[in-house]
Structure formats: structure tokens, C-alpha cells
Design a protein around this ligand. Structure first.
Ligand SMILES: NC(=O)c1ccc[n+]([C@@H]2O[C@H](COP(=O)([O-])OP(=O)(O)OC[C@H]3O[C@@H](n4cnc5c(N)ncnc54)[C@H](OP(=O)(O)O)[C@@H]3O)[C@@H](O)[C@H]2O)c1
Length: 268
């Protein structure tokens, strides 16, 4: 990925952070973003320190930037792309990622909750793709990677917002993959199973409270769905993202790749 320019959305922690780290260590120029500015700057310092120390890359401070932004807000997304292009000249790789919609059942949610989830998990991808695709089309090279969930293959019981809205991302990716292959742009979705991040801790706390069980039991219930018998690691997801972003993955487009320790039970 040397000298490729990547924007990784939702990257101050969790899988987004691990993906940004993997891209940085493979030599890419990387823009990270998140809403909480303090945590984002902490991640920027961490990534820069790592590249300088482990790669002996004195230029690392110039090839990693951080832009505080909310993927639900078009003007901050526009700024994210503009600042990336000002710093690095173009965009080659886009990772669409953010927090997930809240857990709950159909009866729990109002129209406003549904529209918020659509903004967070679907319109964010539409808007970011609209902003970066002119650069990708012009240079005839692009990689778009959408972080979705194993729920696009197998609905998760108390995650109706995620189960419903993430499928729109899959439809979007599949449609654009066919239409934009001629520009050398690939579009793929990563569908993680339970990965040990703050999101899974947050979902487990919500489940423990709702079902009146303890937090450790709620965590264990995730692992019980996974034949590998453990949570996935954000770094494992990052390796998959780096492969999809690479030249080697040029013939892979329109796919949804599970990374779930075998949790999804469907054959296809
Ligand atoms: N962990 C899992 O097991 C798992 C499995 C399947 C799918 N997923 C999905 O994969 C995605 C990433 O999960 P994760 O576990 O890595 O989450 P995480 O640890 O909670 O990290 C989420 C990251 O996104 C940022 N973010 C959240 N909302 C944002 C917004 N509106 N605009 C910009 N940045 C935002 C967060 O920072 P700020 O809060 O400061 O903005 C943080 O950096 C989520 O959509 C999640 O639902 C997770």
C-alpha cells in the first residue's frame, strides 16, 4: 500500500483503529476520523509513534492526519475528504465504518430511531462514496470497503436496526461494483462476527441489563455462537481489510466476506 491514500472512517478505536494501523504499517498515507477529538488525537499520536519507532519512518507525521468528523453530518464528511485531498492529493482507499445502531427489538424504536440508524449505517456510506468516487474514477483505481456485520447473512436476535439497514449497504455495494468495475474500483463488504472491541462490550452490557444476567454471562453468550470458541481480534479484521485494499485483490468485487470464526451457519 506504499503511497496509497486511505480514509478510514470511525478509526479512533476498535476495528477502524486496527485497520488504520495496518494501513500505516504497510506504508499508506492515512486519514483517521471520529467524533471524540481527544481520543482521535491520542490515536494519531499512537499511530505516528508506532510508524516512527517500528518502521523508522521519520516522515510518518506527514503521512497520517486526523480529522474530527461525524459520518452522519455531510459537511464534516466533505471536510474530511477535502483535508485528505489537500494533504495527499487524492483518495485511493475508503473504509466506511462507524459505531453501530443501538440494540433492541421492533417495539423499542420510533421513526426517529430508524432514520438515525439509516443516517449512521447507510447514508454515511452513500455520502462518502459520492465524495471520494470522482477521484477514484479519474485515476481509474479505487478500493471501497464497507464494514457491515455477520447480521447481513444471519440476523442477530436483538439487533433489528443493524439487521435491516446494513443490507442496504450490501445492495449498494453490489450495484456499484458492477457499474464501476470499468474504472478499476472494487467495492466489498466485511461482515465481522463477534470481535473484541468496545462495541461488543457495550452490547453485552445492554444485554445483561435487559435480561437481568451478569456481564460475563452476556459476553460468554457471544462466544458460544462461535465454533472457534473465542472473540475475533480487531487486527485479524485489519489484515482482511488490507488485503481487500491491495493490488492483489483487484479481481474481488461486490462480495461480502465473513470474518466470524465460523459463526454464520449458512452455506452461501
Ligand atoms: N465488534 C463487533 O463484534 C462487531 C461485529 C459486527 C459488526 N460490527 C460493526 O462494526 C463497526 C465498528 O465496530 P467496532 O466494534 O470497531 O466499534 P467501536 O469499538 O465502538 O469503534 C467505533 C469507532 O467509530 C467511531 N464512530 C462512532 N460513531 C461515529 C460517527 N457517527 N462518526 C464518526 N465516527 C464514529 C468511534 O469514535 P467516536 O465515538 O469518537 O466517534 C470509534 O472510533 C460498527 O458499525 C459495529 O456495529 C462490530
Amino acid at each position: 500500500m506504499k503511497d496509497k491514500v486511505a480514509i478510514v472512517c470511525g478509526s479512533s478505536k476498535g476495528m477502524g483503529k486496527a485497520i488504520a494501523e495496518e494501513f500505516v504499517m504497510r506504508g499508506a498515507k492515512v486519514t483517521i476520523c471520529a467524533r471524540n477529538e481527544e481520543e482521535l488525537m491520542e490515536t494519531l499520536r499512537f499511530l505516528t509513534f508506532k510508524a516512527v519507532n517500528e518502521l523508522h519512518d521519520k516522515g510518518a507525521p506527514e503521512r497520517i492526519i486526523a480529522v474530527p468528523a461525524d459520518v452522519r453530518d455531510y459537511s464534516s464528511m466533505k471536510r474530511l475528504v477535502e483535508e485528505t485531498v489537500d494533504a495527499f492529493g487524492t483518495v485511493h482507499v475508503l473504509v466506511n465504518n462507524a459505531g453501530g445502531p443501538p440494540a433492541g427489538y421492533f417495539e423499542d424504536f420510533t421513526d426517529e430511531d430508524w432514520y438515525n440508524a439509516i443516517d449512521l449505517s447507510f447514508m454515511s456510506a452513500v455520502r462518502m462514496i459520492r465524495l471520494v468516487s470522482p477521484y477514484m474514477k479519474k485515476q481509474k483505481w479505487g478500493r471501497i470497503i464497507n464494514m457491515t456485520s455477520m447480521s447481513v447473512k444471519q440476523p442477530l436476535d436483538n439487533l433489528i436496526l443493524s439487521n435491516s439497514i446494513r443490507l442496504a449497504v450490501v445492495g449498494l455495494a453490489k450495484t456499484l461494483a458492477g457499474q464501476w468495475a470499468k474504472y478499476g474500483i472494487t467495492i466489498n463488504n466485511i461482515a465481522p462476527g463477534p470481535i473484541k472491541t468496545e462495541r461488543i462490550e457495550e452490547l453485552s452490557r445492554a444485554k445483561a441489563e435487559r435480561e437481568n444476567i451478569d456481564y460475563e454471562t452476556a459476553l460468554r453468550e457471544w462466544i458460544e455462537q462461535v465454533p472457534m470458541g473465542r472473540f475475533g481480534k480487531p487486527e485479524e479484521v485489519a489484515k482482511l481489510a488490507a488485503f481487500l485494499a491491495s493490488e492483489d485483490a483487484a479481481f474481488i468485487t461486490g462480495t461480502t466476506i465473513q470474518i466470524d470464526g465460523g459463526a454464520v451457519k449458512f452455506v452461501l
